[in-house]
Design a protein around this ligand. Structure first.
Ligand code: NAP
Length: 203
């Protein structure tokens, strides 16, 4: 059966850690393609201001253009209301009814999965690839996810990605304090951030 990766994240901004994680998942899990889906209105980020969806979509588009296995979808951004992963996975199931879906995202996010909307259905519909940076201790996944079933646990796979030492938070702080971001993300994304004046300290 065909395997499709769904790369979920806020991507504010997208960086080389995300791109390496997606490519590593594609290789390790034999994914036919990886669809990047920038989060629309993340339910857990109602208090933190995130960049406009149009900017995050444009940066993601620029970042993936050189990889023929990568594509982008605006389904979360175009969907009104809060963006729940279950709604995204249901839509992807309609597009790829026969495929096995793999949702790739950060390990920190996956550790919160028990609080996500309809997590039972979510884990039945797709596997999760939890990307973590080296040195980041997860402990026993089971103890971090109390009450999770054995079969559900098998559907969460941890993948170590050294390049995830890069983080969007650090990049935003670097821009604010005038430190370089070169080589942390694709050149086209760096150029976009500069041209659009993103992440600058508001005076
Ligand atoms: P986050 O809380 O901002 O990020 C948690 C950690 O994971 C950060 O270290 C982040 O690094 C990293 N990360 C995020 N996306 C990644 C990716 N695709 N690959 C590798 N590392 C990644 O997480 P988020 O971006 O807002 O959410 C992640 C995904 O989970 C999104 O698709 C979101 O919609 C989904 N989610 C769904 C629900 C729900 O349905 N209720 C709730 C929460 C999250 P960076 O900051 O460097 O990216």
């Amino acid at each position: 059966m065909q395997r499709i990766g769904i790369m979920g994240g806020t991507f504010d901004p997208i960086h080389h850690g995300h791109l390496v994680a997606a490519e590593e998942a594609r290789y390790q899990f034999g994914l036919a393609k990886v669809v990047f889906i920038p989060a629309g209105h993340p339910p857990h980020k109602v208090s933190r201001k995130i960049s406009a969806a149009s900017h995050r979509l444009a940066m993601t588009q620029l970042a993936i253009q050189s990889n023929p296995f990568f594509s982008i979808s605006a389904i979360e951004i175009e969907r009104p209301g809060l963006s729940y992963t279950i709604d995204t996975v249901r839509e992807m199931k309609k597009i790829y009814p026969l495929a096995d879906l793999f949702f790739i995202t950060g390990a920190d996010a996956v550790l919160e999965i028990l609080s996500w909307k309809h997590f039972d259905e979510l884990l039945a519909q797709c596997c999760f690839i939890a990307a973590k940076r080296p040195g980041y201790r997860l402990g026993k996944l089971k103890t971090k996810l109390p009450g999770i079933g054995e079969e559900q646990l098998k559907r969460i796979i941890i993948m170590e990605v050294p390049a995830l030492a890069i983080s969007s938070t650090d990049i935003r702080e670097r821009v604010q304090t005038g430190r370089p971001i070169k080589y942390l993300l694709p050149e086209a994304v760096e150029k976009y951030i500069v041209e659009q004046g993103l992440y600058q300290k508001k005076s």
